[in-house]
Design a protein around this ligand. Structure first.
Ligand code: HEC
Length: 282
């Protein structure tokens, strides 16, 4: 009988050691992941004109684009596979794809950007010559605001993207690609002169920013928390503190997870949110 109890105690002890250990390691993993996403990535850029002059664009492929959004009809182009090109030039396994934007630099300084994750999913091609171009030109003319333009040197097209979705960018006169971290503006959210708020900011950056934006900067899975109205302006402070600790005790089928935040930490986050409510801008 005694032996049995001792055994159970031993097993229980082992189980609890194991669960504490796995809890710690899970938590560590999560922190690492989030920290990684907040770090600014090293500058990665591709000079397309330079690559073309070195014959490094890859195979010339003819692609057909139904409902081309620039020419408003079906078009055919000689193009290089932009995905293969990226993979040849950049080690994508080192890039935090979910938190990266690809920026397309154009001749006139126009710099549209889109999510790298989306870009990689949709068969992007760099068109460099229009199959139906009149003799002596690479392109059929583009008429924009009454002006005649051409698409030189590159026009970015996709063989499998919905042409009306604004998230996809179809720039022409493209000369370079570069990558930017989605979180590069994070310093703009850092309190300058308030120790208390600074503590809350560190927690917010670790636990919240992947899902929530402040002044338009941050994730979009949850609602913006500061602009135009701060949550501290329409929640009672004590309730807000409790909500952050345990959202499920307020809302049925809540999407926001219980993050294991203590009441004290939640108060610090709320201090930060109050500070930011006096620093709104977008
Ligand atoms: C995994 C994503 C996620 C994380 C991480 C997260 N939230 Fe949320 N949060 C949500 C979502 C989604 C909602 C919208 C309500 C719902 O369905 O849960 C929400 C709602 C809220 C609300 C209520 C907003 C309102 O207008 O009523 C507050 C306040 C809030 N979150 C604060 C925080 C804070 C502070 C943190 C960090 C400690 C945090 N959240 C972390 C996803 C998240």
């Amino acid at each position: 009988m005694k032996l049995k109890t001792l055994k159970t105690v031993k097993i229980k002890f082992l189980i609890s050691c194991f669960s504490i250990f796995s809890f710690l390691s899970c938590n560590q993993q999560r922190e690492q992941k989030i920290e990684q996403s907040v770090n600014v990535q090293p500058e990665i850029a591709l000079d397309l004109v330079d690559l073309q002059s070195k014959n490094k664009l890859g195979k010339d492929t003819v692609v057909t684009i139904a409902k081309d959004p620039v020419y408003h009809k079906t078009k055919k182009y000689h193009a290089a596979n932009a995905l293969l090109l990226l993979k040849n030039e950049i080690d994508l396994s080192k890039v935090d794809i979910k938190n990266t934007l690809i920026v397309f630099e154009c001749i006139d300084g126009y710099k549209p950007e889109m999510s790298l994750e989306l870009f990689l999913k949709t068969n992007p091609f760099l068109a460099f010559k229009d199959v139906d171009a009149p003799k002596g030109s690479n392109w059929e003319k583009i008429i924009k605001n009454g002006n005649e333009m051409n698409a030189d040197p590159f026009y970015l097209v996709y063989t499998s993207a919905p042409t009306k979705n604004q998230e996809y960018k179809w720039p022409y006169n493209v000369i370079k690609f570069h990558f930017e971290s989605k979180n590069k503006n994070i310093e703009a959210l850092q309190p300058k002169d308030d120790e208390k708020a600074l503590k809350g900011f560190a927690l917010f950056q670790k636990q919240c920013i992947t899902c929530h934006a402040i002044n338009g900067i941050g994730g979009e899975m949850g609602p913006e928390l500061n602009y135009p109205k701060s949550v501290t302006e329409y929640w009672k402070e004590t309730e807000l503190v409790d909500y952050i600790v345990d959202p499920a005790s307020f809302r049925n089928k809540v999407k926001m997870p219980t993050l294991g935040i203590t009441k004290q930490e939640s108060k610090e986050i709320v201090d930060y949110l109050k500070y930011m409510s006096k620093n709104k801008k977008i």
